[in-house]
Design a protein around this ligand. Sequence first.
Ligand code: MG
Length: 420
Amino acid sequence: MPTTFATATHTGLVRKANEDSMFARAPVFAVADGMGGAQAGEVASGLAVQAFEWFVPQTSSPEEELTRLITRVNGNIHELAVADPERSGMGTTLTAAVVRGQSVTLAHVGDSRAYLYRDGSLTQLTEDHSLVGEMLRSGQITSAEAEEHPQRSIITRALGVDPEVEVDTTSLEWRPGDFFLLCSDGLYSMVSDESIAAILAGEGSLDSITKALVEAANSAGGRDNVSVIVFCPDGGADPGVAAASAPTKIIAAPGIEAIETDAGFVENGGPAEAAMFEEPGLFGRVHRFLSSLAGRVVLGILLAAILLGGGWLFTRQTYYLGVEGDHVVIYQGIPYDLGPWSLSGMYRNSIVMFSELEPFEQDRVRRQELQSKGDAEKMLDNYTVQARERRLEAERRAAEEEARTKTSSQNLTIPPGGLP
Ligand code: MG
C-alpha cells in the first residue's frame, strides 16, 4: 500500500490571514509557518514548501538532499527579503518528511513539529528551535512553565532570516500502524499532547482526523494559524478510511447503476422505472418538468445565466503565468478569447525572461495552468529569485573570466624583463 495522508489548515479565530503553507504529495510532506508583516510570512512559507514541488530523493541519503534543498531555499528567501523592503525580515519555519523504503527522514528548522503516534503513544520527533524550547532543554524551565511562557512564540532558527541556516535532520524506521503528524505551533500551543493522541487514536478517516485536530485548536481559542498533515507510510494503517469509504461505495455503486439502468427502463416501462418513480415525489416532479420542452427552455436559460455569471466571477478569481514580450508575467482571467474579447489581462510584470527559465519551467508556463492569485505570485516570486541567482552567478563567472583574460594577456604582451 502506498503512503496515505490527509491535510487540514485554518486561519484560526484571531489572525486575519493564514501564513502557514503546506506541501503534501506522498512520499514528500512539509509544513511551514511564515512570519513577517504585510503578507511577507505567507510569501516565505509559500516559497519554502514550493521548493518540494520537484523534490524526489535520488540517493541513499535523503538527509543530505533535504539539507541541500532547504539551504538553497533559505538563501532564496533571504535574498528576496533583503531585496524587497516590503518583505524585509520575513522568515518561516519548515518541517519536512520524506518516506523512502522503510524509513522516514525528517528535516526541520524552527518550531513547527513532527510527531510519531505508535502503539497508543505520541512522541515528538523534532526539537523546537525556540527560546522556550532551548530553556526547556537546558533545564531552566519545566514543560508546564514552557506551555505558559510569555515568550513561547520567539523562535531562534528560521529560514530566510540569515544567509546561512542550520538544518536538523533525522531518520527512523517506520512500522505498520504508525501515524506521522506534521503541524505548525497553532496546533500544539492550543491542544495538549494527550488530546492530540486521543484524536489520532479515534475512529474515522485520516481526513476526519486532520479536521478534528484543527477543530480542537479552534475550540481551544484558535489563537494562531493551524496546519496539520497526518500520513501513514504503510497506507493500510487507516482502518477509518476503509470503514468510512466501504459503505459509501456499497451505497453509491448500485445507486449509480440503478439510475443508468432506469434511463433505459423509462422507455420500456420496465420494473426499474416502477421502483424508481413509484412515488412522484419532488425528484419525480422535477424530473418530469425538466423532461418537458418548457422545462428544457427554463433549464437552458438558467444554465446560461449561471455560466455567464459564474464564468465572469471565475475569470476574476483565476490567474496564470504567461509570457508578454519575453517576460514571464501573471495574467488575471483565463487564457481564452470570447470573440473579440480577451478573457484575461496582465496582472503583474516581472524581470524574469522566459528564455532564462529551465526547460521544465518553460513547459509549466506554456501550459498556462489556472491558479489562485497567491499560488501564481509564489511561483513568479520563486522564478524571480532563481533568475537573480542565475544572473549573479553569470556576472561572477564573467568577472572571473575577465580577470583571467587580463592576466593571460598581460603575460602575453609583457615580455620577461619588461617593455623596452
Ligand atoms: Mg504559528
